[in-house]
Design a protein around this ligand. Structure first.
Ligand code: A2P
Length: 276
């Protein structure tokens, strides 16, 4: 008689298993989980993920505690990757930051979102503007062959308070530049289209300042060696904190770009980076 290998039964609804966790700073971490076989998504979309909440003191019942998380991995990846802040008293991230490989999380397999190529009209150059964990949807889009097929130039800007907060993005850009699979998928030399512009606001780094100020002053254009943003050539996606989103949105409108949506593609789209 042969004994069947014991199969670990999922204990959570919509359970997925954590495969890898990486801590970047005391405020930031990324993790990978198994991907439901049926899950299809467009790069830039988000899903609801989470854990079971604490038992209700009266009934003892537990409810899922879910938050919107952009999928940071590309749609061709076998697993799903997420990039998260750790908020010490945040209902979800105070717990989520302690997950380990082998643990389960809840993942509702219904991807949605506005940061998708379908919401933009054709253009020559695309700008991805991020602050903090707002980098996550671009981590997906930057590994999507369509990004390089659709545009001659791809510019990713990332503004954070401190230099350590840039590391996840910096490592990802380095990996993209060396990735042979991507080069095979997209075509050799695709990364020559990619320009990366990291800046910090509260700590020394190679570039200091908010991206909004650096664009207004023209310094960002000079550093990147590009001409100013204009509605004929440029398309943009914005993902960061609320004040940043609003300021950048107003600036792009000033430059003549209009906001698009899935149902009515235009020149730029915006989405909030979700915080606990
Ligand atoms: P600053 O340090 O000058 O506030 P946070 O961690 O608070 O979400 O901020 C992430 C980054 O976004 C910080 O570098 C912050 O700069 C920057 N930021 C905040 N508000 C704006 C804004 N309105 N325009 C541009 N950048 C902003």
């Amino acid at each position: 008689m042969t004994e069947a290998t014991p199969v670990k039964m999922p204990t959570l609804p919509d359970a997925q298993t954590v495969t890898e966790v990486k801590h970047w700073t005391d405020r930031l971490f990324s993790f990978r989980v198994t991907r439901p076989a049926s899950l299809r998504f467009r790069s830039g979309e988000f899903v609801m993920i989470g854990l079971m909440g604490d038992p209700d003191p009266k009934t003892g019942k537990q409810k899922p505690l879910l938050r919107a998380y952009s999928i940071a991995s590309p749609s061709w990846d076998e697993e799903l990757e997420f990039y998260s802040i750790k908020v010490q008293d945040g209902p979800l991230t105070s717990k989520l930051q302690h997950i380990q490989p082998g643990d389960e999380i809840i993942l509702r397999p219904k991807p949605v979102g506005t940061l998708v190529h379908d919401a933009l009209l054709p253009g020559k150059r695309i700008w991805f503007f991020a602050t903090g964990t707002g980098f996550a949807p671009f981590a997906s889009l930057l590994r999507d062959p369509q990004t390089y097929e659709d545009y001659d130039e791809v510019i990713i800007t990332h503004t954070c308070r401190e230099a350590g907060e840039l590391e996840y993005g910096r490592e990802l850009i380095d990996d993209i530049r060396q990735d042979e699979l991507l080069a095979e998928l997209i075509g050799d030399g695709f990364h020559e289209k990619l320009k990366y512009y990291p800046t910090t606001t509260r700590e020394e780094s190679a570039k200091i300042g908010r991206i909004t100020d650096l664009i207004r002053s023209g310094e960002a254009y000079e550093d990147l060696g590009v001409n100013p943003i204009n509605p004929a050539d440029d398309r943009a996606m914005i993902c960061g904190n609320l004040a940043f989103n609003l300021e950048l949105k107003a600036m792009l409108e000033e430059f003549g770009l209009e906001e698009g949506a899935n149902s009515k593609p235009a020149q730029y789209v915006v989405e909030k980076a979700f915080l606990d």
